[in-house]
Write a protein that binds this ligand. Structure first.
Ligand SMILES: [Zn+2]
Length: 185
């Protein structure tokens, strides 16, 4: 990065260190939360994702839209690519996706297209979420694959506060931005 690039605001949130003994939804969402903190430290919107199969994390990623100058570089998209490489198959059957915010239209679509078994998201997004928040692609009447959805409730408050705090520091004049896109999109 050039020296002139602005530094991200210091992240006031700490990573979570969940017990390895209980590998439940909270455990895996904690890993996604930690990815989101990594995103913040790189001055990216703090959203993180992990993909789990047979109890093992096979992919972990965070949003890199800004640094990659890539509008598709959402945490979920990057994690899906990693997961497909890890298992050598684009069909992510048997996989569970943990993501700190409800997937956008692109990532909700990719969840269906990759045939993941289950999506667990921490923060519902009534503006752009497409797995129940703004709309629900999973409920399209003729869709050929449906995911099991867990909508909110898994370290939801921490994940919401992380995104809120980031936008507040980055854009202090903003009203209430969409968690994903901010106030200008
Ligand atoms: Zn997305």
């Amino acid at each position: 990065m050039p020296d002139s690039s602005p530094q991200p605001p210091p992240c006031p949130f700490k990573k979570r260190f969940p017990s390895q003994l209980v590998r439940d939804d909270t455990f895996f969402m904690s890993l996604a939360f930690n990815q989101a903190i990594d995103a913040w430290r790189e001055d990216e919107v703090p959203i993180g994702c992990v993909v789990v199969r047979d109890g093992e994390v096979i992919a972990a990623a965070h949003n890199t839209v800004e640094h990659g100058a890539d509008p598709t570089a959402h945490a979920e998209m990057l994690a899906f690519i990693q997961a497909a490489r890890a298992i050598g198959n684009w069909r992510l059957e048997g996989c569970t996706v943990y993501v700190t915010k409800e997937p956008c239209p692109m990532c909700s679509g990719a969840s269906l297209m990759s045939r993941v078994q289950r999506v667990v998201y921490a923060v519902p997004d009534p503006q752009m979420g497409c797995l129940g928040g703004a709309t629900n692609l999973n409920a399209l009447p003729r869709v050929n694959h449906r995911c099991d959805i867990t909508a909110g409730g898994v370290i939801e408050e921490e994940c919401r506060e992380l995104i809120r705090a980031y936008f507040k520091l980055k854009r202090p004049s903003a009203q209430t931005p969409s968690p994903e896109t901010g106030p200008n999109d």
